[in-house]
Design a protein around this ligand. Structure first.
Ligand SMILES: [Fe+2]
Ligand SMILES: [Fe+2]
Length: 160
């Protein structure tokens, strides 16, 4: 049983992902193999996080509030598209073992930071207010049951 509320759990997940990303950045000019391991954890973890939000968390918010089109989750979904595109830009360089991806990383980081900030300060606390303990347990149950193929994709969708 997960006793945690949505806001702290998802905020901690953002923090874990940040760590992998920063490790990748600090390692990429020293030990590329290790840097790449961190990038993979970041990429799969971020993809999983986005699927958790889009398929489990946001639909619940949309159902509870009746806000779907034009609401905050629509904006978050659009930003996810942007984040995934920027993630792919960095990924392309990682596939070539090219450490010259500072610019792409900076763009991704900037979009991700302001996105996470909005979720942590507005959306997650709102979800915690709208859902019951029972509904929260269901959210965590569905997250645990999410099959790997939903997020463990790399290069044109095939999984490693
Ligand atoms: Fe998000
Ligand atoms: Fe998030």
């Amino acid at each position: 049983m997960n006793e945690k509320r949505i806001a702290p759990f998802y905020t901690e997940d953002h923090d874990h992902l940040d760590e992998y990303f920063k490790n990748f950045q600090s390692l990429k000019r020293k030990n590329y193999a290790e840097a790449k391991e961190n990038f993979k954890k970041f990429k799969f973890g971020l993809q999983r996080h986005i699927v958790w939000e889009e398929e489990i968390l946001f639909p619940l918010f949309e159902e509870k509030t009746g806000m779907k089109n034009g609401g905050p989750t629509e904006v978050m979904r659009q930003e996810h598209c942007q984040i995934k595109a920027l993630l792919e830009e960095v990924h392309k360089k990682v596939q070539r073992q090219d450490p010259e991806s500072d610019q792409e990383e900076q763009l991704l980081w900037d979009v991700l930071k302001q996105h996470n900030h909005k979720e942590e300060n507005i959306l997650y606390p709102a979800i915690d207010r709208f859902i019951s303990d029972e509904e929260r347990q269901k959210v965590f149950g569905k997250m645990d049951a999410l099959p790997e193929h939903k997020y463990k994709t790399c290069c044109q969708g095939h999984s490693h």
